[in-house]
Design a protein around this ligand. Structure first.
Ligand code: FES
Length: 166
């Protein structure tokens, strides 16, 4: 009934999430787990999905909103096809990750957390990929790029995009 009121489409994604919720409802503190699952299914957590979780888990929407905004790994906006994660951990910071990040955000015309207009890249930051020996480091999707300079990072994202377009 509740879901009809929310106009939740009856599609594969919501069915998968509903199944996950019913399997994890009884485990202690399921909210974070459920939100992770929801983000892996939808790519981000739009308000309809947050409402759905609220109804299904019987948790107030305000609590869900609080959790989503507290943890920076939850996203409320759709992400681009590829995520460029610049490491801001100590080793990378010392080796100049800030100037690399600034160069990338300038090149792409978006801030941290932003997605380019063509939806190709989302820029994000993370703390340590365990590749400190290669600092400063960025990771595009799963691929690690190290010993970056601002120009090297820019060349990588240009080449990465070119390679996909060809
Ligand atoms: S601090 Fe950047 S990879 Fe470890």
């Amino acid at each position: 009934m509740e879901n009809e009121r929310l106009h939740i489409p009856d599609n594969e994604q919501y069915r998968e999430l509903k199944k996950f919720i019913s399997e994890h409802k009884k485990t202690p503190g399921p909210l974070i787990q459920v939100l992770h699952k929801a983000q892996s299914i939808f790519g981000y957590l739009p308000s309809e999905v947050q409402k759905f979780v609220s109804v299904e888990l019987n948790v107030p929407l305000s609590e869900i909103y609080g959790v989503v905004t507290f943890y920076n790994f939850f996203r409320t906006e759709p992400i681009g096809k590829h995520v460029v994660n610049v490491c801001t951990g100590t080793a990378c910071h010392v080796k100049g990750s800030k100037v690399v990040l600034d160069a990338l955000t300038r090149e792409l015309g978006v801030g941290v957390g932003g997605t380019t207009e063509d939806k190709f890249y989302t820029v994000s930051t993370a703390r340590c990929f365990g590749a400190c020996g290669l600092a400063p480091v960025m990771v595009i999707d799963e691929e690690v790029f190290g010993r970056l300079s601002p120009q090297k990072a820019i060349n990588i994202i240009r080449d990465f995009k070119k390679a996909e377009e060809n």
